[in-house]
Design a protein around this ligand. Sequence first.
Ligand code: SAM
Ligand code: SF4
Length: 330
Amino acid sequence: MTLVDQFSRKINYLRVSVTDRCDLRCVYCMKEKMTFLPKSEILTLEEIERLCDNFIELGVSKIRITGGEPLVRRDIIELIKKLNFKKNKTNLKEITLTSNGTLLAKHAKELKKFGVNRINISLDTIDPDKYKEITRFGNLDNVIKGIKEAIKNKIKVKINVVALKNFNENELEKLIIWANKLKIDITFIEVMPMEETGIDRYHQFIPLDQTFNKLNSIFEFKKIDKSTGGPALYYQSKKLSINVGFITPLSNNFCSSCNRIRITSTGKLFMCLGQNDYIDFRDILRNDYGNDYIKEKINYALKIKPKRHDFLIEENNKPYIQRHMNVTGG
Ligand code: SAM
Ligand code: SF4
């Protein structure tokens, strides 16, 4: 069974945001003062599991848990344990996580035990002062400890770096060399205009095609055919033993190969990260509609999945996306 959208794209990848809360306030993601949702609005573990079951039965084979920061949710390990039980007995083949890594040292062992073999960790700088600045108060040591603990537990780590003008644009080479020493892949991402954060994204945005050219002159990259089904283009270099990826939603659109949909922590299904339309499953789950009705709604969602996002970054231009990145996850 495969989910196929109106543009014949196969959709087998579900991202599930389990909380809008976070222990950091990255300046490109959130405002300094955020109001988070009351617990009553957030899906319970049972509701998330039931929703996932329906997606899995329809053909979803990969689930990424995200947020907010997924590891701040108290019952997160319980959810992963429940999902892991379905792995390989159903269509589900992989459970992964995107995390800021601050709580990873505490959870790495259990994550591995319950089937998480790969984690994406978001880290935009390895300078402790700059880390504090970009996350508004984070402690880099916690993340480094988390990464080391994950590696120790044989979880494959990939680092995600949002490339930011006047912040880390001159640190990207250093980040590659650092990741290479730890033998972990690294991917650079363009900042996206998701709701207002108090800082105009125009002053943060670097088109990664320019960055690529600069790094290419140092590493002499060779493109590789790493089919993750994702938006990143991956490269290798004779000077490195890792893969280096570039995700360019703005400078080089990749929507024609999109394979993913996203559920927020309150049960809204967003068919596209870069559009505002959604289908709300919370009332459906809470009013005891049957699973056939849930599947009908999922199939309908695929019929209206948009062709592409319309991200645009211009000076003084309010983002048309009316939610911060922590709502839908990365
Ligand atoms: N808290 C977790 C983390 O930071 O990895 C998971 C959620 S976070 C919203 C997921 C990813 O989105 C992170 O890699 C983060 O850097 C990225 N992100 C947040 N806001 C963004 C934006 N405006 N543009 C591009 N990426 C963004
Ligand atoms: Fe939190 Fe992740 Fe957003 Fe940073 S990017 S504020 S860690 S949700």
